[in-house]
Design a protein around this ligand. Structure first.
Ligand code: IMP
Ligand code: MG
Length: 178
């Protein structure tokens, strides 16, 4: 079976994602033209969104990466945030935009945001491609949201199941996942 044949249905097509990312890029360009933008991506799921979004933004900016994990390979969040890689840069004085693939329970992002606040940046905002609002456990909102999606486990465009399927150019639901 090819990877595509393992997908039960497509939730967001490649074209839909690309169009929405361009819109977000325009909005961020407008909002950050007089700021000191540093985009911080949370590995690994957000790398595709990050690389498309940064090319849709027309102002000076820098990027950095950090890695945290809440999953143990399955489809349920463990609730424990594991810190795997720190940033390279000193973020004080920067206007931070955290770039995430998906905002689910909110545990990961609230942990990351609180940790970054302690390092005295100028401001922190959040951009997430996907938002599963119904699953939220912590009161946290993204400033830029690509799509609100239903409570289904999805893969593709950076999102994984057991570290696989990140390279699908669209977002879909797998055939045999409970
Ligand atoms: P949260 O801490 O529950 O908000 O989870 C955020 C992280 O869980 C994301 O960065 C993803 O890595 C992962 N995640 C949440 N929902 C899904 C999904 O439907 N498919 C794949 N990964 C997911
Ligand atoms: Mg993940």
């Amino acid at each position: 079976m090819t990877m595509h044949e393992e997908i039960q249905k497509i939730l967001l097509t490649e074209a839909q994602i690309q169009e929405r990312v361009k819109e977000l890029g325009k909005q961020i360009t407008e909002d950050y033209k007089d700021k000191n933008l540093l985009m911080i991506s949370v590995l690994k799921g957000a790398v595709l969104f990050m690389s498309d979004l940064m090319r849709a933004i027309d102002c000076h900016m820098k990027i950095d990466f950090m890695c945290v994990s809440t999953f143990n390979g399955g489809t349920k969040s463990s609730g424990v945030v594991k810190f795997l890689k720190d940033l390279d840069m000193d973020i004080s004085g920067y206007d931070i935009l955290i770039v995430e693939d998906i905002l689910d329970s909110g545990l990961t992002l609230s942990y990351v945001r609180d940790m970054l606040y302690q390092r005295k940046p100028n401001s922190i905002k959040i951009a997430t491609l996907l938002d599963k609002t119904v699953r939220r456990q912590i009161d946290i909102k993204a400033d830029y949201v690509g799509f609100d999606i239903p409570d289904e486990f999805i893969v593709g465009y950076g999102l994984d199941y057991d570290e696989k399927y990140r390279n699908l150019p669209y977002i879909g639901v797998l055939k045999n996942v409970k």
